[in-house]
Design a protein around this ligand. Structure first.
Ligand SMILES: Cc1cc2nc3c(=O)[nH]c(=O)nc-3n(C[C@H](O)[C@H](O)[C@H](O)COP(=O)(O)OP(=O)(O)OC[C@H]3O[C@@H](n4cnc5c(N)ncnc54)[C@H](O)[C@@H]3O)c2cc1C
Length: 483
């Protein structure tokens, strides 16, 4: 389970505030397999390392590497050039994804680059961080729905018009388009793509190749070191138009504006046959049959689910005397709230074999996670997570497990299984990035941002600013108090 924070109170988490476990009998200890801590990743996953030649991605895992990377950010220049492939992007996403760094730590580091009087110099960077928080919150609300079309495609085409499988020439980097093939190789070799490239590649796959966005999402989750069903699937649905009013397209002009001539200069299609060398109107006409949903198509999302969402989870519980700590892939940091509140207590990390198989997690991703885990004081096991955590608790003769939240439905299922097995599970919340005075409206990011932006800049939450009117008529109505 590798997802990020969840702030929504869920009864399933049963983060009870009942303090110490007075009178809780200790369980008889059961034998425990030796820890896999220290076993090289290649020995843990020999089949994956044998079939995947790329064992190391673009970033090293672990807190010290994360802090080095944090020290390199330039959030002021970022505001000007982040859309360019050579722009000053921070490449912190794997650390944020796996909770090696928190959004608040990164936000504070960004603010330190701007004078106290001018936090707006890092506005764009903090605003981008908010997308991570936003998608995480949406995922926490809708769970497995992130894998379904939230709305129907706005392309005039039914969902059945989209093929299910990733084209072989794309994963082999043999499409013939230099840009696409370079990005395919970069994804598989390094585990990182610039945001613009992710959008271009996602748009190419779903609109030009007419392959359903889920196939591309799964491909990215296999390879990206930051692969996350929240940010990955929801950004992809935005590109595909299943969570937005229109599909996202790009053309050769857009490519060269942000990437220069590096691809076209070497592309066999540059002089004829480039599928992107067209106006947006021409592309739209070629690729879509209408600018709306095909008749009879429906989406899986009831937007009411994203309205009035509580922004805060349950408060921190009191530390239990007899608890073990469960560290999962969403918070791989020595600053882990349950580790810190239970100093010296036994802690466990479990490789989720089923999930690794389902996502076909690449060797470089496993290396990154392995490097993060290596820095933690944990006993490492593998297998079925609930069963292994339960076994670990029993081996230490306790009935309580302290952990940190996750928006993943898999986390909720694991907690439920542990509770069913008679264990008490305490969930220790992390720092809140986006506090608000009112429950959140998560239907669109702009509304969420109006609610949380003060808090995102490290201030006390403030009443949301009024929506900026879109037209003169609306502005005058608003001035008269009518909007
Ligand atoms: C199709 C597609 C798939 C994506 N898949 C993922 C994914 O699996 N995991 C992931 O973390 N991000 C994903 N993103 C979002 C974004 O592309 C990456 O977070 C960003 O490119 C990571 O590089 P960076 O750390 O240099 O980002 P920076 O530009 O330096 O931004 C700083 C941080 O802000 C957050 N952020 C920035 N832009 C976004 C965004 N659009 N959505 C969510 N968070 C954002 C990230 O945590 C990022 O590390 C995806 C975007 C698209 C279009």
């Amino acid at each position: 389970m590798f997802s990020t924070v969840c702030l929504r109170p869920r009864p399933l988490f049963s983060a009870r505030r009942d303090g110490r476990l007075r009178g809780v009998s200790k369980l008889p200890a059961a034998p425990l397999p030796p820890s896999l801590q220290g076993v090289p990743a290649a020995q843990l996953f020999p089949e994956v390392f044998a079939r995947d030649p790329h064992h190391q991605g673009f970033a090293r895992g672990g807190r010290s590497a994360a802090q080095d990377a944090l020290g390199q950010i330039d959030p002021v220049t970022y505001g000007r050039d982040r859309s360019h492939l050579d722009g000053h992007v921070s490449r912190l996403s794997p650390y944020l994804r796996h909770g090696v760094l928190t959004l608040n730590e990164v936000r504070d580091a960004a603010l330190a680059h701007a004078p106290k009087t001018a936090p707006s110099r890092v506005w764009k960077y903090v605003n981008e961080l908010s997308w991570h928080d936003y998608f995480t919150r949406v995922y926490a609300e809708i769970g497995e729905l992130v894998w379904q079309d939230l709305h129907p495609y706005q392309t005039g085409l039914p969902a059945s018009a989209y093929a299910r499988d990733l084209p072989a020439d794309l994963s082999a980097a043999e499409t013939g388009a230099a840009c696409i093939d370079a990005w395919s190789r970069e994804l598989q070799e390094s585990g990182y793509l610039h945001n613009h490239v992710r959008m271009w590649l996602a748009s190419y796959l779903v609109h030009h190749r007419r392959v359903w966005w889920q196939a591309g999402a799964a491909w990215f989750l296999t390879h990206l070191l930051d692969g996350d069903p929240a940010s990955n699937n929801l950004n992809r649905q935005w590109v595909a138009s299943t969570w937005r009013a229109y599909p996202s397209l790009w053309n050769r002009g857009n490519l060269t504006k942000y990437a220069g001539e590096r691809y076209c200069a070497a592309c066999p299609l540059a002089q004829g046959g480039c599928p992107f060398d067209a106006t947006y109107a021409a592309l739209s006409q070629r690729l879509f049959t209408a600018k709306k949903a095909a008749p009879g198509e429906t989406g899986a999302l009831d937007p009411a689910r994203l309205q009035a969402v509580p922004w805060e989870g349950p408060p921190a519980p009191e530390a239990l005397e007899h608890a073990v700590v469960w560290v999962h892939g969403d918070r791989l940091s020595p600053t882990h709230e349950a580790l810190v509140s239970h100093p010296g207590r036994p802690a466990v990390f479990v490789w989720d074999d089923e999930l690794l198989r389902r996502w076909a997690v690449s060797a470089k991703r496993q290396t990154f996670i392995h490097e993060c885990v290596q820095e933690l004081p944990v006993h490492v096991l593998r297998g079925e997570v609930a069963a292994e955590v339960e076994r670990f608790a029993r081996a230490h003769g306790v009935r309580a497990v302290a952990t940190t939240p996750s928006p993943s439905p898999r986390f909720a299922a694991t907690v439920a299984a542990l509770e069913k097995a008679g264990l008490q599970v305490q969930v220790w919340p992390g720092p809140v990035f986006g506090a608000s005075l009112t429950p959140l409206d998560l239907r669109v990011h702009a509304d969420y941002w109006r609610q949380v932006s003060a808090s995102a800049f490290g201030k006390a939450p403030a009443p949301p600013k009024a929506k900026r009117p879109r037209t003169r008529k609306a502005a005058s109505a608003q001035a008269k108090g009518g909007a």
